[in-house]
Design a protein around this ligand. Structure first.
Ligand code: SF4
Ligand code: SF4
Length: 222
């Protein structure tokens, strides 16, 4: 899932300093699971913003909404009837959700209330770690199910770099060397010969026409 973390309240207060009536919009997708932007966080952020503005002598009206997903047009329509009555929206969805809201509701500013960090997993309660950088050409079948791009500090496609010590990364001795993990896993699987495979340089281009990457599934389009 996409992992995010709330922005400092002072940063959000600065974004809305000239507003007297805003929406705080959450999302029930990934950001709910990682406790950054769900219904509960909408309530907490709204209360904190209200309190801060009361204290400053500039009270603010806040409408709280939580959409099923902010990255899906059908759910954005659920707020269309009233969104223009407000001066701004603070969205605590991921960056994709904030941008999609900004595209669909063009008359009012859309402000990000969280920082979107990475695609990752829940290690234990309250701890999330990165697993994927959405490279567009997954190599996990070669690397024993461990991503060389997100797990190696240098994102080496053909590691290791030779600097690891006792299984730890030379860049950060607190973390496991990604290529040590790949080696150990391939050994477990009896597939160490896969280390001989040269993984070609990744194509990070956005396509011949430039712009953001796009996926079109003909079987799903109308
Ligand atoms: S190789 Fe790594 S970054 Fe690329 S898609 Fe697979 S998990 Fe994601
Ligand atoms: S020590 Fe391992 S994880 Fe760190 S940069 Fe080198 S190969 Fe990558």
């Amino acid at each position: 899932m996409i992992i995010g973390k709330g922005k400092p309240i002072k940063n959000i207060l600065a974004m809305i300093e000239n507003c007297s009536k805003i929406i705080v919009a959450g999302c029930r997708g990934c950001v709910t699971v990682c406790s950054a932007g769900g219904e509960k966080e909408v309530g907490i952020l709204s209360a904190a913003l209200s309190l801060a503005r009361e204290t400053d002598g500039k009270p603010i009206e806040i409408k709280e909404v939580t959409l099923e997903r902010q990255c899906d047009p059908e759910y954005l329509e659920t707020i269309r009837s009233f969104v223009d009555e407000y001066e701004a929206v603070v969205s605590i969805a991921c960056g994709a959700g904030v941008q999609f809201m900004a595209e669909k509701f063009r008359k009012i500013p859309m402000y990000p209330g969280i920082d979107t960090n990475f695609i990752g997993v829940t290690e234990t309660q309250g701890v999330w770690t990165e697993r994927c950088q959405a490279c567009g050409d997954c190599k996990l079948h070669i690397t024993g199910g461990i991503c060389p791009i997100s797990r190696c500090a240098k994102s080496l496609l053909n590691g290791p770099c030779g600097g690891s010590s006792k299984g730890k990364c030379e860049v950060n001795p607190e973390v496991d060397c990604g290529w040590q993990l790949i080696y150990d896993r391939l050994k477990e699987l009896g597939k160490l010969d896969q280390l001989e495979i040269i993984i070609p340089i990744n194509d990070w281009s956005t396509g011949r026409d430039g712009g953001p990457r796009k996926i079109i599934r003909e079987d799903l389009t109308l």
